[in-house]
Write a protein that binds this ligand. Structure first.
Ligand code: BGC
Length: 353
């Protein structure tokens, strides 16, 4: 830990002296690279746009890139950022384990790397991590199901199915782990039953968080377990893109009472489903908050100061604990979405119609 802090201080000092050395002359003196995974999911578009806007307002030039969920594309975009003079690179990785080699180059050039939302694994080039509290996202989803089914008091048993995210995304294990820490005792006691028997992380994972993959897995689960009219009471979905796939599948194949369905991101399609009664909740991670925090981090690094962090224990990426800033997620449902999403200016009422 001490070694990491020393090397971070050294890196920020080098950046600061580089900036002084450039004297504001070179175009790249103020350049920040922002590498996002994909434009397919609404949230990453917002994350990228918010960061670009805030960084530019703070006087930085921004190289913002999206990689269509293709690892090789993301690697070459980052390589380009490193070689074209970016002074700090902010990365939301596609696969947390695939950036070690390219980040060696960042380290050689003393370019600090901020892992954005998703931790970059097994690379000691990562200086900071900024995210929402991923474990808390999962516990809030689990608690929502617990409370909606009144698991403490109701007799049950209730049927539940589990759908989580991409195995290459470190977050998915935190989301699933947090939710299962709440739900597992009820599964153990028999109050919750997973009729499909699919409970381990690898089996319930969804490659690339893809809606169609979640949908076809759910199609098979319904055909094998719920086609005879058996009720499905809840589906734990780790995010909105998977919740959407589950809702699509239920609509096409399921005749029982609509289950409690969780989600995350408050994507427009899912908020619309929430209003229509097809998704029960979504975790709201205000991308404006995270983007603002990362801009603060970048600004501190560029000025040779220490970046703000509030967690130095949780996120070990395999090379040591990465100093992190964790923002707090909240849940949105039919009762509070207007206040959270519309009154706060996140969406307009029209966008949700
Ligand atoms: C993010 C989620 C998002 C998911 C799919 C995760 O790493 O934390 O907000 O839904 O990736 O893009």
């Amino acid at each position: 830990m001490r070694k990491r802090i020393l090397s971070m201080v050294l890196a920020t000092f080098m950046v600061a002296s580089l900036l002084v050395g450039c004297g504001g002359g070179a175009g790249s003196a103020n350049k920040v690279g922002v590498a996002m995974p994909t434009k397919d999911l609404q949230r990453w578009n917002q994350d990228g746009a918010n960061m670009k806007e805030k960084l530019e307002a703070a006087g930085y030039t921004v190289d913002l890139q999206y990689a269509s969920n293709d690892i090789a594309t993301q690697v070459s975009q980052i390589e380009n950022m490193i070689n074209s003079g970016c002074k700090v690179v902010v990365i939301a990785s596609i696969d947390g384990d695939s950036l070690g080699t390219v980040l060696e180059q960042a380290k050689e050039k003393n370019i600090p790397v901020i892992a954005y939302d998703r931790l970059i694994m097994n690379s000691d080039a990562v200086s900071y991590y900024a995210t929402f509290d991923n474990y808390m996202v999962g516990t809030k989803q689990g608690e929502y199901i617990r409370d909606a089914l009144d698991l403490e008091n109701a007799a049950g048993p209730f049927n539940i199915e589990l759908v989580t995210g991409d195995p290459g995304d470190n977050n998915a294990r935190y989301f699933f782990g947090g939710a299962m820490d709440v739900l597992q005792p009820y599964i153990d006691s028999g109050k919750l039953v997973v009729k499909s028997g699919q409970t381990d992380f690898e089996t319930v994972a969804t490659a690339n968080w893809a809606t169609d993959a979640a949908q076809s897995r759910m199609d098979a689960i319904i055909a094998a377990n719920y086609a005879d009219g058996t009720n499905l009471d809840a589906v734990l979905c780790s995010n909105d893109s998977t919740a959407l796939g589950v809702a699509n599948s239920l609509e096409a194949n399921y005749t029982g009472e609509w289950p409690v369905i969780t989600g995350q991101d408050c994507d427009i399609a899912s908020v619309k489903n929430m209003i229509a009664g097809k998704q029960s909740m979504s975790i709201f991670k205000d991308t404006r908050t995270l983007a603002a925090k990362v801009v603060e981090m970048v600004d501190a690094i560029m000025k040779g100061k220490e970046a703000p962090v509030n967690d130095t224990e949780t996120y070990d990426n395999g090379t040591g604990v990465i100093p992190s800033f964790l923002c707090e997620p909240v849940f949105a449902d039919i009762n509070n979405y207007k206040e959270l999403l519309i009154d706060s200016g996140y969406y307009t009422e029209d966008q949700l119609q």
